[in-house]
Ligand binder design. Structure first.
Ligand code: AMP
Length: 213
């Protein structure tokens, strides 16, 4: 099991999707799962919505239940690329015991690093496909046809939490709640760091290197 970490907007989703295509393990993003739950009108989605729009973390119980259900699906039996989970030390501990019950474990955690003002710029230009979760950027990675997903042809939109106020809250939440998870994996010798400020392809090379060492 691989864990991809880093602040909002660092490029976890983009890199996880590239890695999925390369190594065949599914990308599992709690953000994508939660957004799908909201669109489906499920109970979990309704409970999560207010936290997400404010840029705050959804309660651990909800997210842990969601990830457990996802990791029990057959395509994740060989492992998965976790994108945006765990985001608290409690979630990291829950993941560890959930995996241990099945004789599985986190094999590597990779932290993508970037300067804070760069992530605000990245997030404000972000365009997302609600159908297939592909991610674009108006400047650095524009779609071939404006407003249309290259992968599935559906409409691209800005996420409801990609506004400046929610981004500031998400960054503060990251510092307070998620940064401690870095130490959790570092102390187990599982952590590698990659400079997320490089081009998409350079980051991907660094990521692949980090998985092999
Ligand atoms: P993301 O797509 O990873 O940026 O996540 C979007 C939002 O979903 C976050 O700002 C949180 O509100 C919520 N979320 C996603 N993953 C988690 C998680 N592991 N724990 C708590 N909340 C989460």
């Amino acid at each position: 099991m691989l864990v991809l970490m880093g602040p909002p907007g660092v490029g976890k989703g983009t890199q996880a999707a590239m890695l999925e295509a390369e190594i065949g393990l599914p990308q599992v993003s709690t953000g994508d799962l939660l957004r799908a739950a909201r669109r489906d009108g499920s109970d979990i989605g309704a409970q999560a919505g207010q936290y997400m729009d404010a840029g705050r973390l959804v309660p651990d119980e909800l997210v842990v239940a969601l990830i457990k259900r996802r990791l029990d699906l057959s395509d994740a039996r060989q492992g998965a690329i976790l994108d945006g989970f765990p985001r608290t030390v409690d979630q990291a501990e829950a993941l560890q015991s959930m995996l241990a019950e099945q004789n599985r474990q986190v094999d590597r955690a990779v932290l993508l690093t970037v300067k804070e003002n760069a992530v605000v710029r990245r997030i404000l230009g972000r365009l997302t496909c609600a159908s297939c979760n592909a991610v674009f950027h108006v400047e650095s990675n524009p779609p071939r046809v404006a407003g249309t997903c290259d992968s599935c042809g559906d409409k691209l939109e800005s996420r409801s939490d990609d506004n400046e106020e929610a981004i500031r809250t998400r960054l503060a939440t990251y510092r307070a709640s998620t940064e401690p998870v870095i130490g959790f994996y570092r102390s187990q010798g599982l952590l590698r760091e990659v400079d997320g400020g490089q081009t998409v392809d350079e980051v991907f090379q660094g990521l692949q290197g980090a998985l092999n060492h």
